[in-house]
Structure formats: structure tokens, C-alpha cells
Design a protein around this ligand. Structure first.
Ligand SMILES: CC(=O)[C@@H](O)[C@H](O)COP(=O)(O)O
Ligand SMILES: NCC(=O)COP(=O)(O)O
Length: 251
């Protein structure tokens, strides 16, 4: 059964626009849960542009839904993760000037350091996921450092889908789907969990949800955007319906 992790960063983005107390990410997590979310994702950025430390603590203490903490592989973030113990921590590359995450983590280039980070998270009982591009070398390096989960960066696929006028059968889109599929096959062959995310939305989600063995999709911006008009519960319910429909027609 395919799962949906709802990223609620942009609920906090709206709150931070006024540096006030609403909308509350904890409330968002409960609404998402009631809409059928299987997990909540937050990215505690080093610059704290949206989610704050206190949000992560409250989400941990006040909600029952499983928590995926996205974070840079820094000592500061490791300390926070080890103290708060989310079910999963996902290591992501971070750039201070980026609007959103621009690429996957280069695991190949930092194997020794990342292996130590994964070890520290494992000692605290936290499963590590790595956010990587759909490249076999990165998947193999993820396995070597002890990651239990890989989330394949679907940004390039989403970009191609949009550029092709949402034509899922265009050459460029098929090529991107194929890259994600091959990475997913390698992840599963190496005994890791195959997740995917970034820039997925109500139009482009189904070809990814249909891929063999994909376990979780992490989706944020599009769900929160729709929620402005429909409410979060309905926005999550509709995304889950599309994912289930596609997974039921799996390849
Ligand atoms: C790793 C990823 O694809 C996204 O979760 C992204 O890092 C979220 O960060 P923003 O919400 O700041 O765009
Ligand atoms: N890891 C991807 C994620 O959490 C959501 O990304 P987006 O849907 O906000 O682009």
C-alpha cells in the first residue's frame, strides 16, 4: 500500500510572513492525519525560514502521526534529531539562497562523513532516509553508508512534465520516469525502502505512484496550496485518492 507523507513547511511559511502564531503546523498535522495522511514531513532549515525548533518539538509531543524530519547533515541538526527522535530523518543538501531544495544529496562525495551521521541517528533509534537524484551510483553509496530509505528527487520529472504541457507520454517525461523507475529498482534490490518526492502535484503524481515498489510519496507545496481553497483535510484526501487509484493500476 502506497503511503502519503504530507509536508507542512508552507503552513509555517504563511505564519512566518507575520511572525505570529497562526496558522499552526500542529493543527495542520492533525487535519492532514484526519484527511488520511500516513505521516508528516517538516524540513527544519538552518535559516529557520519556515518550520521552527518549537514546531518540531510540539509535533513530536502532541501528535501521534509518524514524523519525517528533513535536515542538513550538520552537528546542530543531528543534536536536534537525536533529542526529538522522529521516526525518520531525511538528509538533504541545503543552500541558504535556494527557494527550495535544488538537487539530491551527493552521497558519493561524502561517504565517510555521512556514514558517521547515519550511525549516530541509528544509535538514537532513528531510521535514515537520503534525498538523492535518480542515479545508480548515489543509490549504491546510500546502501554503503547504511541508509535504510532513499527518497528519489522527482523535481526533474516534475519539471519535464510541466514543460511538456502535462503530456505524460512525451519523450522527455518518459525518460525521466524511467530514471526514477531504474533508481527505484536498484534501491529495492539493495534492500532499502523506495520513496519519492519533490514538486509532485495533483497532475503529475500518478505516473510516479504507479511505479513498482514505491512505498511513500512526500508532497507539500501542492497540497498546502490546494488547502487554501479546499481545506487541508479535503486536499489530502484527494491526493491520497489519486495515489491509490494509480497504485491500483500499477505497472
Ligand atoms: C527535500 C525536499 O524535496 C523538500 O522537502 C524541500 O526540502 C522542502 O523544503 P522547502 O519546503 O523549504 O521547499
Ligand atoms: N521531500 C519532498 C517533500 O517533502 C515535499 O516537497 P514539495 O512537495 O513541497 O516540493
Amino acid at each position: 500500500m502506497i503511503e502519503l507523507g504530507v509536508n507542512i513547511d508552507h503552513v509555517a511559511t504563511l505564519r512566518q510572513a507575520r511572525r505570529t502564531w497562526e496558522p499552526d503546523p500542529v493543527w495542520a498535522a492533525v487535519e492532514a492525519h484526519l484527511g488520511g495522511a500516513d505521516g508528516i514531513t517538516v524540513h527544519l532549515r538552518e535559516d529557520r525560514r519556515h518550520i521552527q525548533d518549537e514546531d518540531v518539538r510540539k509535533l513530536r509531543d502532541l501528535t501521534q502521526i509518524k514524523l519525517n524530519l528533513e535536515m542538513a547533515a550538520t552537528d546542530e541538526m543531528l543534536g536536534i534529531a537525536c533529542a526529538l527522535k522522529p521516526e525518520m530523518a531525511m538528509l538533504v543538501p541545503e543552500g541558504r539562497h535556494e527557494v527550495t531544495t535544488e538537487g539530491g544529496l551527493d552521497v558519493v562525495a561524502q561517504e565517510a562523513r555521512l556514514k558517521a551521521v547515519v550511525g549516530r541517528l541509528a544509535d538514537a533509534g532513528i531510521v535514515t532516509s537520503v534525498f538523492i537524484d535518480a542515479e545508480i551510483a548515489q543509490v549504491e553509496a546510500a546502501a554503503r553508508i547504511g541508509a535504510r530509505v532513499c527518497e528519489i528527487h522527482t523535481g526533474p520529472y516534475a519539471h519535464a512534465f510541466h514543460a511538456a504541457g502535462r503530456d505524460a507520454e512525451s519523450v522527455a517525461v518518459v525518460a525521466e520516469i524511467d530514471k526514477v523507475r531504474r533508481a527505484g529498482d536498484a534501491i529495492r534490490a539493495l534492500g532499502m525502502r523506495f520513496n519519492a518526492g519533490h514538486a509532485l502535484n495533483y497532475y503529475n503524481v500518478q505516473p510516479i505512484a504507479r511505479l513498482p515498489g514505491v512505498r511513500e510519496l512526500h508532497i507539500g507545496h501542492s497540497i498546502v496550496s490546494r488547502a487554501v481553497f479546499s481545506g487541508l483535510r479535503d486536499a489530502v484526501r484527494e491526493m491520497k485518492r489519486l495515489m491509490r487509484e494509480a497504485a491500483g493500476r500499477g505497472l
